[in-house]
Design a protein around this ligand. Sequence first.
Ligand code: GAR
Length: 204
Amino acid sequence: MPKVGVLISGRGSNLQALIDAIADGRLAARIAVVISNKPGAGGLDRARAAGIETLTISHRDYSTRDAFDTAMASALVERRVRLVCLAGFMRLIGQPMLDAFPNAILNIHPSLLPAFPGTDAQAQAIAHGVKVSGATVHLVNGELDGGPIVLQASVEVCDDDTAESLSLRILEQEHRLYPEAVCRVLEAGWRLVGRRFVRSVATG
Ligand code: GAR
């Protein structure tokens, strides 16, 4: 089974979606470790409940971003992780991680990128007045939320939506999307054509 490492900062509902997909056979992978940069992150309890090793690597314990990144990369390499999944991980990924996992770090973001990168994407979408937003899973490169897109799902924005209500509907799509995107990246034969993530077998 290919080993996956998951990085979190908070409640970990996307982590749970990955755990559940593995448990019911929709995703052929094993989560080798869950790393949080926040000591009390709720997602750590979800990982422990599923019998997954957890680590806390706090950015506050490192004087530079590179040192923090290097610590995470070492922990993941030590466990022979093939793919790293950011699941509500709220720190920028730096060069040591990108070097250790070239085109092997995935992120999920609550908007239809390239619209509304960065924090509070759902509030940004409402403030802008878009009628459709959604979720994106993309490969991580050096740009903030700027890497090649693996999968997207759209969600209608209603007139009476708040950032919270929109977040909840987007989250439902995230939970469906992330396991599917991880499957696509773990399967053999995809390639990047410029910015485009292209599968060798076009199955939709
Ligand atoms: C999710 O909505 C995810 O897309 C978002 O944080 C939430 C984490 O929820 N990530 C970002 O905004 C990254 N820029 P979770 O902890 O319940 O998975």
